[in-house]
Design a protein around this ligand. Structure first.
Ligand code: MF3
Ligand code: CO
Ligand code: CO
Length: 259
């Protein structure tokens, strides 16, 4: 287990990649409407990233992943693959997960979008709880914090709302590599003894389900779904540990993290 401490040069570059990723999520918002295919969403993001941002969509070709972003709809937990026959309809909830490679550094972020305005109350609460659990975890970040506390606070909050936390996928260190140490668990495990230090950069990306936390891998070997077919939601930010606390590197313009 080797957790790299980033210097200010590296942090500048990671921040740039993170901001590009956040801008993709802002850009795509107005396209998320009933009738559009997930493939069209993927292609709009791909063109924006490559032609306007002059950056690389990091998921494309990553371990053979075939698309430029991940789009995970309803009971898909993560790593959803877009398809021209997959048409969004009223009431769908989708996660879009964007990872940018720019100047040899990565930035990674995701959020939920509502399709139309007929989202069930349960699914609305699910998405809000996923986002709030991420915010709660972010708000405790500071040097000296024991890493396992992140998962502990997320799980406590999510289960209080009667949802469940996915165990099989976690957050990760990020920088020169898409995924590096440490793993960031979103549920309470034991205290590994890892303590946060200024210059650490990692993602927090809780996936939470309406029903049971168990998931399965589909035949395409990428798409992860809930076992009980209930909806799942995820929000992801890349964060930096600073001397005084934290900085959310993938913060969007319209976004404020409540204290
Ligand atoms: N962006 C995802 C994460 O948050 C990883 C996607 S990997 C892919 O870590 F291969 F599925 F694209
Ligand atoms: Co990630
Ligand atoms: Co991601």
């Amino acid at each position: 287990m080797k957790i790299s401490i980033k210097n200010s040069e590296e942090i500048k570059k990671i921040y740039k990649s993170c901001q590009l990723a956040a801008e993709v999520l802002e850009m795509i918002e107005s396209y998320i409407l009933p009738g559009i295919s997930t493939e069209e969403i993927n292609n709009i993001c791909h063109n924006y990233i490559t032609k306007i941002q002059k950056a690389k969509p990091a998921t494309l070709g990553y371990n053979g992943f075939p698309k430029s972003i991940c789009i995970s709809k309803n009971d898909i937990v993560c790593h959803g693959i877009s398809n021209k026959n997959d048409i969004l309809k009223q009431g769908d909830i989708i996660n879009i997960d964007v990872t940018i490679l720019y100047n040899n550094y990565f930035g990674d972020t995701s959020k939920m979008f509502f399709v139309g305005n007929k989202i069930s109350k349960k699914s609305q609460l699910l998405c809000l709880t996923a986002q709030k659990s991420l915010y709660k975890a972010i708000s405790i970040l500071k040097p000296g914090l024991r890493l396992y506390k992140i998962g502990k606070i997320i799980q406590k909050y999510v289960e209080k709302k009667n949802f469940s936390v996915v165990r099989n996928y976690c957050g990760h260190g990020i920088g020169k590599n898409f995924h590096e140490d440490p793993q960031i668990l979103h549920y309470k495990s034991y205290d590994y003894g890892i303590i946060l230090k200024p210059g650490m950069v990692f993602t927090i990306e809780p996936m939470i389900n309406i029903g049971h936390h168990e998931v399965y891998l589909s035949n395409d070997n990428w798409t992860v779904k809930t076992k009980d077919k209930t909806n799942s939601a995820q929000y992801e930010h890349t964060v930096l540990i600073t001397n005084l606390g934290y900085k959310v590197l993938t913060l969007r313009k319209e976004e404020k993290i409540p204290l």
